[in-house]
Design a protein around this ligand. Structure first.
Ligand code: NAP
Length: 308
């Protein structure tokens, strides 16, 4: 068991990421006490029923009071109002962090609500699933996955090092980077791919009216992986696109150009172009496997769900 890093950790929002943090912190004994708050009574009741945290409170003031680390685990679009709500109750010397998928706007809207004497160190675990809510978390979510630590100007190095220790203790690899770089990298690796998956599933849904059940019947091919991504939480992803607008539009612009080039190659029967392109992309997959970020087992190493 690792040493305790914070005496009292407060999680605001009790969904997939917060519940996974609870399990991962407990696994390694990283927090003396974990307390939580969610806006709906329903989520708070579920969290109590499954004993997710040591204590679930009905108010942010009680949750945040005396906490050494407060992590905002709500959709990006809700960060500002939550920051405003917790602001009066923060203990001097405490650290406020978040897990939002976009960093620049979170820094811009949360930063002004952080009082003097409180550290603000944004972060983003690059790990998730398409499931939501307090029951969806599991301790292994962050294992061997990167968490971006995005200190703001003037962040206290000791407070940053402590947060890095927490994420490492939860199993994550950590990387420190600045917000704009984070948002561009994530636009390429996560945000644009999600939009493309949403689009592909939307197109197939339109087609279904023509092909009837074939879309479902034959979805064991590539399409199924798109549907998994496109099942991700609508609120979270709406907020990602509204808040990482420039970087996502930049990447989608490049994507569209490439798509047109491939479209032309198909129309002109340019097999060399297609072959070269697919050879290049295949090597990227190999690179991901070599970096230990996926398995080369067929079907992405996915464990088959037991038949009901
Ligand atoms: P989630 O499972 O949907 O949980 C979201 C939590 O936020 C819930 O407790 C919800 O409360 C609360 N919430 C929603 N809207 C709110 C509002 N307007 N004001 C106050 N609270 C609100 O979400 P998640 O997947 O854990 O995502 C949380 C954060 O992590 C997001 O910023 C997301 O960008 C980021 N993230 C997600 C992933 C992923 O793959 N899911 C990966 C990395 C980072 P109720 O339950 O009471 O409604």
């Amino acid at each position: 068991m690792m040493a305790q890093i914070y005496d009292r950790v407060a999680l605001i929002g009790l969904g997939l990421i917060a519940s996974s943090m609870c399990h991962a912190m407990r696994r390694a004994g990283l927090a003396g006490e974990i307390v939580g708050y969610a806006r709906s009574a329903e989520t708070r009741d579920i969290a109590r029923e499954i004993a997710l945290c040591d204590q679930v409170y009905d108010s942010v003031s009680e949750t945040v009071k005396d906490a050494d680390l407060i992590v905002l685990c709500v959709p990006v679009g809700a960060m500002e109002s939550v920051a405003q709500e917790i602001s009066p109750f923060l203990k001097p010397g405490a650290t406020v962090s978040d897990v939002g998928s976009v960093k620049r706007t979170v820094i811009d809207v949360v930063g002004p609500h952080i009082p003097d004497g409180v550290h603000f160190i944004p972060a983003h675990p690059l790990a998730g699933t398409e499931h939501s809510g307090p029951r969806s978390g599991f301790a292994e979510l962050f294992d061997n996955r990167y968490t971006a630590i995005v200190p703001v100007e003037g962040s206290d190095p000791a407070a940053v090092a402590r947060l890095i220790d927490l994420w490492a203790g939860m199993g994550a690899l950590t990387e420190t980077m600045d917000a704009d770089h984070h948002d561009l990298v994530l636009a390429v690796t996560s945000h644009a791919p999600h939009l493309i998956a949403y689009t592909m599933v939307g197109v197939a849904d339109d087609l279904r009216r023509v092909t009837d059940s074939e879309v479902i019947k034959y979805s064991a091919t590539g399409f199924r992986d798109f549907t998994r991504i496109a099942a991700s939480d609508p609120v979270m992803w709406r907020d990602v696109f509204l808040n990482n607008k420039d970087a996502t539009l930049e990447i989608l612009g490049r994507f569209t150009e490439e798509l047109f080039a491939l479209q032309r190659a198909i129309r002109q029967g340019d097999g060399d172009h297609l072959h070269d392109y697919f050879t290049r992309t295949r090597s990227i997959r190999r690179g991901i496997i070599e970096a230990g970020q996926d398995t080369d087992a067929p079907d992405f190493g996915r464990v088959k769900a037991p038949k009901e």
